[in-house]
Design a protein around this ligand. Structure first.
Ligand code: SF4
Length: 231
């Protein structure tokens, strides 16, 4: 039986995937057939965090370990692709940066895909909720958005390997979660970002107040792709 302290009361799901559990089951079934479950591959600018503004090819993998109430991504499977097929499509864009995003890319073993992309000289970013460490992927940029308030658990491997942490802020509780990150203030440690939940008009104020109250600890991350109305 789980201890009471382990029980997480999850917020009501308002996310973009109609049935997130079914979407994840479908995605895992694709992987078991030897293919990668993909939502989309597209070329745009990275919109968030310290790489904001850099041209990037996004490989959005289907399925997720969580079903966050505020999730703005529809992570149902749209394409079933072989590693070679994904690499070929990514290379066609001629962009040096690739971002593996989701859904939750680290829930699968994508080392073969990472090796193939690195072998072509590309640089790899991953966007993850931080539940599954992936030391074998040789990543160039690791963006972790911990989701404890949605039932997620941050794996400690990320405390030493994340490039940046990005906390989606909906309430004071989220600011406190960010403040509790043990890397906060560590010299040479990862960057810490507060990012307002776009669905909550009060969230930007919470972020700005927290950053001003503790200067030097946090930075603001905005979803600039949404402001620019690009993918
Ligand atoms: S971890 Fe990310 S992709 Fe998964 S449900 Fe939460 S917000 Fe959506």
């Amino acid at each position: 039986m789980r201890a009471a302290a382990d029980t997480v009361s999850l917020p009501v799901y308002r996310g973009a995937t109609p049935d997130p559990k079914a979407a994840t089951r479908d995605a895992v079934a694709v992987l078991r057939r030897g293919l990668v479950p993909i939502v989309e591959i597209f070329y745009s600018l990275q919109g968030e965090g310290s790489r904001a503004g850099q041209a990037t090819v996004f490989v959005r993998v289907a399925g997720c370990t969580l079903a966050c109430s505020f999730c703005d991504t529809d992570f149902r499977v749209r394409r079933e692709m072989a590693v070679d097929e994904i690499a070929g499509e990514v290379l066609d864009y001629g962009c040096p940066w690739v971002c593996l995003t989701g859904g939750e890319p680290t829930m699968y073993d994508l080392q073969a895909l990472c090796d193939r992309l690195h072998g072509h000289g590309l640089r790899l970013q991953v966007e993850t909720n931080g539940q599954h460490p992936r030391p074998d992927w040789d990543l160039d940029h690791i963006t972790v958005s911990p989701k404890e308030s949605e039932g997620g658990r941050l794996h400690p491997w990320y405390l030493d390997h994340a490039t940046e942490f990005k906390y989606v802020v909906d309430s004071d509780q989220d600011v406190r979660r960010a403040m509790a990150n043990p890397t906060a203030g560590r010299p040479g440690g990862p960057l810490l970002y507060l990012q307002p939940n776009a669905l909550n008009p009060d969230a930007a104020r919470l972020c700005v107040e927290a950053i001003k109250a503790d200067p030097g600890r946090f930075r603001l991350s905005l979803q600039t792709h949404k402001i620019l109305n690009i993918p």
